[in-house]
Design a protein around this ligand. Sequence first.
Ligand code: SF4
Length: 280
Amino acid sequence: MINLDTKIFPTWCPGCGDFGIWAALKGALQKLNLQTHEFVMVYDIGCSGNMASNIKAYGFHGLHGRAIPAATGIKLANHRQKVIVIGGDGGLLGEGMAHFVSACRANMDITVILHNNQVYGLTTGQSSPTSMKGTKGKATPLGVVEQPVEPCAFALLSGASFVARTFAGTIPESTEIFTSAITHSGFSLIEVLQPCVTFNKLNTYDWFRQRIKPLTQTPTDVYEAISKARWTDQDIFTGIFRNDETALPYHKTFEILKEKTLIQHSEKRDLTKYIHDWVE
Ligand code: SF4
């Protein structure tokens, strides 16, 4: 079994939902038995991105909101690798919104695990694109005026071929969904409901447990999927809203990539000078 242990324990606040996501992701990678050369992790900036120190794998820690373009570049250089993005609602849906939509539209074959804690945690609690209307915080003392972005509904409308939601407090379910998403060929989004125990006192573990309902079956069409993916005052569904294996991923539309990866097409270039001694 692959050893993912860096021996560095995460610095997240005790009880943070990121611990559950970290555990579920490691479980999924071990279940899939991917070897280190078969996948790359790409991290955005934020509490979620600090996972970079805690998974022993090839990885890239990008700029705020720019994890998806970095992941896209990695995928197109070597499309045989699985590429997994770790980011939060602030980076991926605020600064990185245009990249998020582009990757959905292209059906780029990457997996995006979106830690939705509805707040900018690392910068100590400002409202984010998914904060609920009326939420009071340091930057919004009178309450958030805007409507929240709903990542699953948004991804479905934008053409993502795998869209799911899970909860950081249910590790076995998250492990199953992460496994399916990583296996999926095409863009996969998993919105993880991730309580920020320090700065979000509204959307707590108990608040979610009172509202979460598992989907009994995957919706048959995209409009039903969007309807199930929307949050209501009472219900927040978890599970897989869409899993379309017939949609062609972006890289498969290019003849040139059928036999070789892009990096193999460039094999005459000597890349060894870019490889540092510490890469084993
Ligand atoms: Fe987790 Fe919030 Fe602490 Fe960040 S600030 S580590 S999201 S609990």
